[in-house]
Design a protein around this ligand. Structure first.
Ligand code: MTE
Ligand code: MO
Length: 260
């Protein structure tokens, strides 16, 4: 834990914990859960609450705790440890839909025109059609999707192991991040160890058929080691980079690592 705490100075840690504790006392339920996890992971738990005098100071302190949380999760992440898998009989039917908009605004994408664009630290920047992705080896998984909004559900996704795809495009596997842009203006990014995890899949199918629009047609990155918001649907472009790319929810305060 000493190693974790050394990322922040003692004064920063104390200030962050004080302000976060105050927020814990008055924040929303989901924020409290999120913060409690942050504090526990950061080893900063259990200091008394104080008055909030400076909202921006609190936000900065929370961001500092969240960055600490990222580093802690990266250190704790075991690239060989598999998320639980389940029998088909446990698949949730219907599987829930979620997005930053309602079901009436789900993007309708023409698979024939669609291409996956690839850029950044990769040797081969050619874009990929659906047919080209479909002839690559495919794997299936029945895993639990956990959304921070308070629900989880077991689903079945199949597609191309992402590590295989990254090797195919000659990605720099020592780079820090893989970022994603989606057809609905959503975006997110992940750490390279998670990108290379054996259960990280470029999913083309949901429950044995092409992903329906609501679950991210034509392509979704499925990671059972990460929370729902880290799993981009309707992916249209990806890039490999050492520059922190953030994400749609992450830039609004959700924890970036987002492990589950
Ligand atoms: N493109 C895109 N991907 C997204 C989102 C989104 O709004 N747009 N929402 C995320 C969130 S918060 C969740 S919980 C899951 C929901 O996936 P589902 O609709 O397949 O259940 O998608 C994630 N990926
Ligand atoms: Mo979510």
């Amino acid at each position: 834990m000493k190693r974790l705490l050394s990322f922040l100075s003692a004064r920063d840690a104390e200030a962050a914990t004080r302000d976060a504790s105050a927020l814990l006392a008055r924040g929303s339920a989901s924020r409290r859960v999120f913060l409690r996890r942050s504090l526990t992971l950061g080893g900063l738990a259990m200091l008394g609450g104080c008055d909030i005098t400076d909202a921006r100071g609190v936000e900065a302190a929370l961001a500092a705790v969240s960055r600490l949380n990222d580093r802690a999760q990266a250190l704790l992440f075991d690239p060989a440890r598999l998320a639980p898998t389940y029998p088909d009989s446990q698949i949730a039917r219907p599987f829930p839909f979620n997005a930053f908009y309602g079901e009436d605004e789900i993007p309708q994408i023409d698979g024939a025109d669609w291409r996956l664009e690839v850029s950044g630290k990769v040797a081969d920047r050619r874009s990929w059609s659906l047919e080209q992705l479909r002839v690559l080896p495919q794997v299936a998984q029945v895993t639990r999707h956990i959304c921070v909004e308070g629900w989880s559900a077991i689903g079945k996704w199949s597609g191309v192991p992402f590590s295989l795809f990254l090797q195919k495009i000659g990605a720099d596997l020592t780079a820090k991040y893989v970022g994603f842009h989606c057809a609905d203006d959503y975006y997110t990014s992940i750490d390279m160890p998670t990108a290379l995890h054996p259960q990280t899949v470029l999913a083309l199918d949901y429950d044995g058929a092409a992903l329906p629009p609501k679950y991210g047609y034509p392509l979704k990155l499925r990671m059972p080691t990460k929370l729902g918001y880290k799993n981009p649907k309707h992916v249209r472009a990806l890039f490999v980079t050492d520059t922190y790319p953030g994400g749609y929810w992450e830039d609004q305060g959700y924890n970036w690592f987002g492990g589950s």
